[in-house]
Design a protein around this ligand. Structure first.
Ligand SMILES: C[S@@+](CC[C@H](N)C(=O)[O-])C[C@H]1O[C@@H](n2cnc3c(N)ncnc32)[C@H](O)[C@@H]1O
Length: 280
């Protein structure tokens, strides 16, 4: 099974970035996500386990299954979680989320973070996940939305550099503006009781851990990493892209501020197979 060709890639650099992102945002993203003892939880697209360690910490007695399409990421995830939580109950599977090797209604809960934004058909993915989620079970989805990035000092060059990332992700079949679409996506995929909450991150010099962990190490690092691809695709020039990144670093400086919003959805699977009335 080949890892998907997705915009962030599978480098050691990206693995570190995912870890910084998850650790910095753990409280923000995982607040309210705790699963009962003994419940069976599937994490889809676990990557290098950056979110898995936080899931396990919040629900130490739940029984987790983590899947990813990349064997290397899965091995890194297993090593990370074993080192951090040696007693955690996690089983690992290399699998494509569109073709999961589990019977119907295997899981009580499903958790998906920063995966749908890399898929050409996120709605089909959400429908496929209903098959393995028991009726009455919950799905939790977390996604960002690069359209929510605004900052001081404002800069057209910085917005243009972010725009390169958005266009490259679209060219790779994904959507970096997916957060705002979670409610319609989940509803159309047949979920019920859909609630979506925005989780804004705001960093200024009074919050040094967020400036370092989010503005610099998560967001700007992600934009910087697409420089060569953006140049190769003819989306920008070296000078323009570098000006944009320099301006982004100003937002992490003494008088800079940075805002971004994540979206977290929780929904219930009413049934499987979908009843004709509920499916749309
Ligand atoms: C941006 S990473 C997010 C990893 C992790 N959820 C996190 O928040 O740190 C996206 C992950 O989704 C996985 N992925 C993409 N398409 C997949 C598919 N069709 N089936 C399973 N995993 C997939 C990728 O291999 C990658 O590890």
């Amino acid at each position: 099974m080949k890892p998907v060709d997705y915009v962030h890639g599978y480098s050691a650099h990206e693995s570190r970035r995912l870890g910084d992102q998850a650790d910095t945002l753990a409280e923000l993203l995982h607040a309210g996500t705790a699963y009962p003892p003994g419940s069976k939880v599937l994490e889809v697209g676990c990557g290098v386990g950056a979110q898995t360690v936080h899931l396990v910490a919040a629900s130490p007695q739940a029984r987790f299954t983590a899947v990813d399409i990349s064997a290397d990421s899965l091995a890194a995830a297993r090593a990370r979680v074993t080192a951090d939580r040696p007693r955690a109950s996690v089983t690992w599977h290399q699998a494509d989320l569109f073709d999961l090797p589990f019977p119907e209604a295997t899981f009580d809960h499903v958790f998906v973070c920063f995966v749908l934004e890399h898929l050409a058909d996120p709605q089909r993915a959400l429908t496929a996940l209903r098959r393995v989620l028991r009726p009455g079970g919950t799905l939790t989805v977390i996604e960002g939305d690069h359209g929510s990035a605004f900052f001081h000092p404002d800069s057209a060059d910085a917005h243009a550099a972010i725009g390169c990332q958005v266009r490259l992700q679209r060219a790779a079949g994904g959507n970096a503006l997916l957060g705002r679409q979670l409610h319609p996506l989940l509803t159309t995929a047949g979920y019920q009781g859909v609630t979506v909450r925005p989780h804004p991150v705001y960093a200024d010099r009074s919050r040094p851990p967020l400036v370092e962990g989010f503005t610099r190490n998560t967001f700007i690092t992600m934009i910087e990493s697409v420089r060569e691809d953006a140049l190769a695709a003819g989306l920008t020039t070296p000078e323009a892209f570098d000006r944009g990144v320099t301006d982004l670093y100003r937002t992490a400086g003494e008088d800079g501020t940075f805002h971004y919003t994540f979206f977290k959805a929780v929904a219930v699977n009413p049934d499987w197979p979908p009843s004709p009335r509920a499916s749309r």
